[in-house]
Design a protein around this ligand. Structure first.
Ligand code: 5AD
Ligand code: SF4
Length: 443
């Protein structure tokens, strides 16, 4: 870092969920404002920044491996700056392990220190020593950070940060702190600006969007209703909802709106009431079923997706079979599946009756088979109907020319006599695959 006029390049990589990706876009925005250019691989980078995830052990192991692989780069180029941020470093013992294992890491900063990145980097450069900034909690939300978005068509807009639920398996409340919501005006201004700039799909993000707005006296349903009034053709999706807070008001707002996505991602985690209680989820499988039944009644064609964890401590064969039966009964459009991963510091880490890795893997494979069977069937309901699709480019299935997503979040591959990328088109559906539907543009 001797030549002040030299163009510097950053290689940044984000792991984990959409909230972390949104943080990554702000980190990139700050770096761009500082004058950094971007490279797609660590080769030629002056700064390598890894924005990490802590939700499962596998995510952490990957980061350890990837940082380990940087040793030789640092030896070849002592001016290279290696920075690690995100959820992993919010966990004290993990941050200590990282720093102890890899003495060459120059900068470690937590999820609450993103806005301080310019000062932290200049401290690293001027003092030539490791700089660390990990505060456990953030009270206020820092607005107005520059954002370098990954797409011109789609944008994620965080509406709240943190989580107060303390599901017994989950590390998020420990790493992301208490729930904090952005002011409705700040969200509406950002959404309005995005729509004006041509963005067609906006996803509102929060660990539990249904508890949005408590400190502002506004509900998530009210926020959605306001966003729905924004002029222009666009779509607004949201994630993640929590079944315990999913209100009737929200279902009604979605039913009446023109712009809110017809996809409900509602993580169930398990179909056994005993396991749900051990997970501290705050609902039963029956209550979950009632939410879905009512939502499907009010919102025709609604797509329902979920998250399922197998191998939670104490999950018996019978509990697991209840989960399979529950999946068959609900008939999800798709599901993200996870093998339980023990996270130190969470309540579940202390529970007895741990499931062996073999048993977890047997159950996981069984779960996938049931999902393959049931999810494939769910898409059949779209055959014969017309879906409004946001065209995203070339076909994904190899069977039709173009691809896009419907308001239900369903992948639609379709034929058309022109490339309508970036526009909404009406597609008549004529076939259903397991993970997509096929059709042709209706003129
Ligand atoms: N082990 C396995 N899966 C987990 N998830 C969260 N914590 C864990 C864990 N310790 C899953 C949940 C959540 C999704 C984002 O990740 O299903 O909804
Ligand atoms: Fe997202 Fe949770 Fe991973 Fe953090 S730990 S990146 S909040 S999934």
């Amino acid at each position: 870092m001797t030549d002040k006029n030299k163009q510097l390049y950053a290689y940044t990589r984000t792991y984990g969920c959409r909230a972390n990706v949104a943080d990554g876009e702000r980190i990139d925005g700050i770096l761009a404002e500082m004058g950094y250019g971007f490279v797609n691989s660590p080769d030629g980078a002056d700064l390598i920044l890894l924005n990490t995830c802590a939700v499962r052990e596998s995510a952490e192991t990957r980061v350890f491996g990837n940082i380990g692989a940087l040793v030789h780069r640092k030896r070849l180029n002592p001016d290279l700056i290696v920075a690690v941020c995100g959820c992993m470093v919010q966990r004290k013992h993990t941050a200590e392990k990282l720093c102890g294992t890899f003495p060459f890491i120059d900068l470690v900063f937590g999820t609450h220190a993103i806005h301080k990145l310019p000062e932290l980097l200049s401290e690293v450069i001027s003092e030539k020593r490791r700089v660390t900034d990990i505060t456990a909690y953030a009270d206020e939300i820092v607005e107005g950070l520059p954002i370098r978005r990954g797409s011109a068509l789609k944008a994620d807009v965080p509406v709240m940060y943190g989580c107060d639920n303390f599901c017994s398996y989950c590390v998020v409340p420990y790493v992301r702190g208490r729930e904090r919501s952005r002011k409705p005006d700040d969200v509406l201004t950002e959404v309005g600006g995005l729509v004006k700039s041509g963005v067609k799909e906006i996803t509102l993000l929060g660990q539990n969007v249904n508890s949005y707005g408590k400190e502002h006296g506004v509900t998530f349903a009210e926020l959605l209703r306001e966003i729905d009034k924004t002029e222009g053709e666009f779509r607004v999706a949201y994630m993640t909802s929590h079944p315990k807070d999913f209100s009737r008001e929200l279902t009604d707002v979605i039913a009446k709106s023109g712009k809110i996505s017809r996809q409900l991602h509602l993580p169930a985690q398990s179909g056994s009431d005993r396991v749900l209680a051990l997970m501290n989820r705050g609902y039963t499988s029956g209550q979950y079923g009632e939410i879905i039944e009512r939502a499907r009644e009010k919102i025709p064609g609604l797509s329902v997706t979920t998250d399922i964890i197998v191998g939670f401590p104490g999950e018996t064969r019978e509990d697991f079979e209840q989960t399979l039966a529950f999946i068959r009964k609900i008939g999800f459009d798709s599901a993200y599946t996870f093998i339980y991963s023990k996270r130190e510091g969470t309540k579940a880490a202390e529970l007895p009756d741990r499931i062996t890795a073999e048993e977890k893997s047997v159950r996981f494979n069984e779960l996938l088979r049931v999902l393959e069977d049931t999810c494939g069937r769910a898409y059949g309901r779209f055959v014969g109907s017309t879906l409004r699709v946001l065209c995203e480019g070339k076909g994904r299935t190899g069977k039709r020319a173009y691809t896009g997503k419907s308001a239900q979040g369903v992948i639609v591959d379709f034929d058309s006599d022109r490339n309508a990328t970036g526009e909404f088109v009406n597609v008549k559906i004529d076939a259903a695959l397991k993970w997509a539907v096929l059709g042709s543009v209706q003129k």
